[in-house]
Write a protein that binds this ligand. Structure first.
Ligand code: GLN
Length: 308
């Protein structure tokens, strides 16, 4: 408890910062602190001015010390609080699932808009989320697209347990199944939409990753061999073309920005049409949308700056 003056809000707030300031850049530490106090104690930044008489209990101080110790070892704050927000909805997270990324919110917004435009007359839209992890993609789609039936698959049993809880907490029905898209499974159903944010960081790119990602997030959700950068896209497209995706169905991918042309060529070669690529908010090519069916403007790559 070195450096903690008393258990008032202001002292604890300052002490939290001082204890970690050598480990994180200023902006990052301020954001981590904000997330921690909000998600654990429901305390907003303004409370540190307004609630002058607030005091933390001894148990709470112990909890904060434990969190500081974990943050010193670069554990992501979301794994400490067990919470993450995705499109304003709350998701439980743990080390079995990837922490939802802000760029993936744009993938889901793109999908919502496209699905609503593409499938009319209140048709039931069957959606498959491949590599669902925390379930954030499938659950958000189920919430937003009222006439949908959403299934999520993953090759990690523990991740699916978390996804199920998240569907319950978000009050939507999504069915989850333990299935590996790389396996030789044959699906008995077909879907109108397939969406996936598969692992796409190459082993050689690990050197650019932050310690908090590298040491804590599930590697089977993130990394692929350099020799097989398209392994998941190949498997999904192959199964989609063989009947997992209905004719005229839509496919959505999040991708590694260095493989835009490869994913484009794959989709084209597999007979997909209306292929569009979208940039993320850092202006990097990040999302694909394509349709299974007759071409209206085959091979066109549409560059869009933001998927919103
Ligand atoms: N965008 C993620 C990251 O950089 C990677 C997500 C993925 O591999 N699907 O951590």
């Amino acid at each position: 408890m070195k450096g903690l003056k008393d258990n008032s809000l202001q002292s604890v707030w300052r002490w939290f910062y001082e204890s970690l300031k050598n480990k994180y850049p200023d902006y990052e530490l301020k954001s981590v602190r904000k997330i921690f106090f909000e998600d654990v104690f429901d305390l907003m930044e303004t409370d540190f001015v307004l609630k002058k008489d607030y005091r933390f209990t001894e148990t709470e101080i112990v909890k904060i010390i434990k969190a500081i110790n974990k943050l010193e070892r670069y554990m992501p704050v979301q794994y400490i609080t067990g919470k993450a927000f995705f499109l304003n909805n709350l998701f439980e997270v743990n080390e079995n699932v990837l922490i939802p990324r802000p760029e993936t919110e744009d993938l889901v917004l793109l999908a919502i808009k496209s699905i609503k435009n593409h499938f009319k007359n209140n048709k039931i839209v069957k959606i498959l989320d491949v590599g669902t992890g925390s379930g954030c993609i499938g659950i958000s789609l189920a919430k937003e697209i009222k006439n949908s039936v959403v299934h999520g698959i993953d090759n990690c049993r523990e991740a699916l347990e978390t996804a199920k809880k998240n569907a319950n907490n978000n009050e939507v029905e999504v069915s989850f199944k333990l299935l590996d898209i790389l396996g030789s499974i044959s699906f008995s159903e077909s879907y109108d939409v397939i969406i996936s944010n598969p692992p796409y960081v190459k082993d050689s790119e690990k050197q650019y990753m932050h310690k908090n990602v590298l040491n804590y997030e599930p590697s089977n959700a993130l990394y692929i061999k350099d020799s097989e950068p398209l392994i998941f896209y190949n498997a999904i497209c192959d199964k989609a073309s063989k009947g997992l995706l209905t004719d005229n169905g839509l496919i959505f991918f999040e991708i590694n920005e260095h493989h835009k042309d490869d994913v484009f060529n794959l989709l084209k070669q597999m007979g997909f049409t209306d292929i569009e690529v979208y940039n993320d908010f850092r202006s990097k090519p990040r999302f694909f949308k394509a349709r299974k069916g007759l071409s209206t403007h085959q091979g066109r790559v549409k560059q869009v700056n933001k998927a919103k």
